[in-house]
Ligand binder design. Structure first.
Ligand code: 4NP
Length: 156
């Protein structure tokens, strides 16, 4: 199994959106027996909470299921469990690195560094623009699957 964890500050806007979109792609590509997907926050603020209503409505707009998602905080165990830990922005990466346990095999990546648009994923909690975030996250998900296919020798 290849285990992927998306991480953001609150685990209610960007990382659950990425989890739902990537899970949807994995399902459509018939890779559910090879890839698992989860998401978590660097903060404790929204443990047990559903995604933000803006995230749920943009997912609904594209017929992607996200109603089952529940906020949780990243733990040191996640560095053993996950192969890819994908942070939405530079601050997430700093916070993830601050709690990493050594040695670990998880590959820690700022999400959009996988694309030609290397920047932080804008946080719609502050921008209010869930559409912009959806488009960037979708782009990131496609690039992530491509990288995983190459690294893990998954053929189409
Ligand atoms: P997220 O956005 O990290 O994309 O889930 C945020 C969610 C909540 C807060 C900040 C950012 N907050 O301050 O509660």
């Amino acid at each position: 199994m290849i285990n992927v964890l998306f991480v953001c500050l609150g685990n209610i806007c960007r990382s659950p959106m990425a989890e739902a979109i990537f899970r949807d792609i994995v399902k459509k590509e018939n890779l559910t027996d090879k890839i698992t997907v989860d998401s978590a926050a660097t903060s404790f603020w929204h443990i047990g909470s559903p995604p933000h209503k803006g995230t749920l409505s943009i997912l609904k707009k594209y017929s992607i299921f996200g109603e089952d998602l529940v906020g949780r905080q990243i733990t040191t165990k996640d560095f053993e469990r996950f192969d890819y830990i994908i942070g939405m922005d530079e601050n997430n990466i700093k916070n993830i690195n601050a709690i990493t346990v050594q040695p670990h095999h998880a590959k820690i990546i700022r999400f959009l560094d996988l694309t030609d648009d290397k920047k932080d994923v804008p946080d719609p909690y502050y921008t209010g623009d869930f559409q912009e975030t959806y488009e960037l996250v979708s782009k990131g998900c496609i690039a992530l699957l491509e990288m995983i296919r190459v690294e893990q020798l998954i053929t189409k």
